[in-house]
Design a protein around this ligand. Structure first.
Ligand code: NAD
Ligand code: UDP
Length: 309
């Protein structure tokens, strides 16, 4: 199959491309390299089944493809908040362009949505039926509301034009190739430990997240794309940790004497997050297989190698 991956030079997109290439698909990566890097896809450059196109998806593009994994969008708060208007534009205009493409070429379209559509949830864990608690005017809104309108557009293209859609609500995902400076919690704590700096916990560290290793997530995305269910379907690891527990875990493995310091909690930071993955289990036969311990070992090893260079 000929498969387009938007955002393919990014963290999750590049791992997805590795899997698709190994399955011998023809893969087109479209990325403007805002938060993605050429090194993430360099091993495929020159391969006859692979093509990389530098393009900003807020502009239309004409391609002939069978499937579209639509991942292009900065994902870490630091990056999506640095140009929030652009984040909203990529969520709306970018998704609109990619759905228009899917409609023209009759491609199946998968949207990489997010647990952020649940906002600061007052239902726990979050099932897909929960409609969320999102601030429309806060500093996270460009991303949260951006993904909500992207979901709306996807379902309207499905109902109005019969486009085959799949919607994944991805929960916090981590692994090799995360940018060391992207401000996300796992990459921050590992980079800080490598640099011998104190680990920065925001607030009291009592807020929770559930961390999914990237290979599990990619597996879930592919099962969703290949299956018969539109979703939305939660993809994430239901093992929940407080941020303080995560800091202690990483500190104790990497740098046992290091300090943990407390800094102000950012505005609208969700207090808790954990996916209900009943649908993914029953409809896709998917559940995570990689423990936090194993996933951290892989991630720490890759960061250690990369940051030494
Ligand atoms: P990432 O920032 O590493 O990747 C995003 C990619 O999109 C980058 O390569 C970037 O250059 C590209 N991009 C951004 N704007 C673009 C534009 N206008 N045109 C073309 N390319 C553009 O992030 P990621 O963690 O790999 O996330 C991938 C997708 O998964 C995103 O849509 C994100 O919202 C979603 N997601 C990720 C997580 C997570 O924990 N990593 C959680 C929920 C949802
Ligand atoms: N966080 C933290 N220290 C950091 C970076 C993040 O305590 O150095 C917290 C952040 O406030 C949030 C959680 O870790 O409560 C997860 O943050 P991240 O940006 O990784 O993801 P998101 O908030 O989008 O789930």
């Amino acid at each position: 199959m000929r498969i387009l991956v938007t955002g393919g030079a990014g963290f999750i997109g590049s791992h997805l491309i590795d899997r698709l290439m190994k399955e011998q698909h023809e893969v087109i990566c479209v990325d403007n390299f805002y938060t993605g890097t050429k090194s993430n896809i360099s091993k495929w450059i020159g391969h006859p089944n692979f093509e990389s196109i530098r393009h900003d998806i807020t502009e239309p593009i004409r391609l002939e493809v069978d499937r579209i994994y639509h991942l292009a969008c900065p994902a870490s708060p630091v990056h999506y908040q640095s140009n929030p208007i652009k984040t909203t534009k990529v969520s709306f205009l970018g998704t609109s362009n990619m759905l228009g493409l899917a409609k023209r070429v009759k491609a199946r379209f998968l949207l990489a949505s997010t647990s952020e559509v649940y906002g600061d949830p007052d239902v726990h864990p979050q099932p897909e039926e929960y409609h969320g608690n999102v601030n429309t005017i806060g500093i996270r809104s460009c991303y949260d509301e951006g993904k909500r309108i992207a979901e709306t557009l996807s379902f309207d293209y499905h109902r109005q034009h019969g486009v085959e859609i799949r919607v994944a609500r991805i929960f916090n995902t981590y692994g090799p190739r995360m940018l060391e400076n992207d401000g996300r919690v796992v990459s921050n704590f590992i980079a800080q430990s490598l640099q011998g700096k104190p680990l920065t916990v925001y607030g009291e560290g009592s807020q929770t997240r559930s961390f999914c290793y990237v290979s599990d997530l990619v597996d879930g995305l592919m099962k969703l794309m290949d299956g018969d269910h539109t979703g939305p379907i939660n993809l994430g690891n239901p093992e929940e940790y407080t941020i303080l527990q995560l800091a202690q875990k990483i500190r104790d493995r990497m740098n046992p004497g290091q300090d943990i310091i407390f800094q102000p909690l950012p505005q609208d930071d969700p207090k808790q997050r954990k996916p209900d993955i009943t649908k993914a289990k029953t409809l896709l036969g998917w559940e995570p297989t990689i423990s936090l311990e194993t996933g951290l070992t892989e991630t720490i090893a890759e960061f250690t190698q990369r940051l030494k260079v």
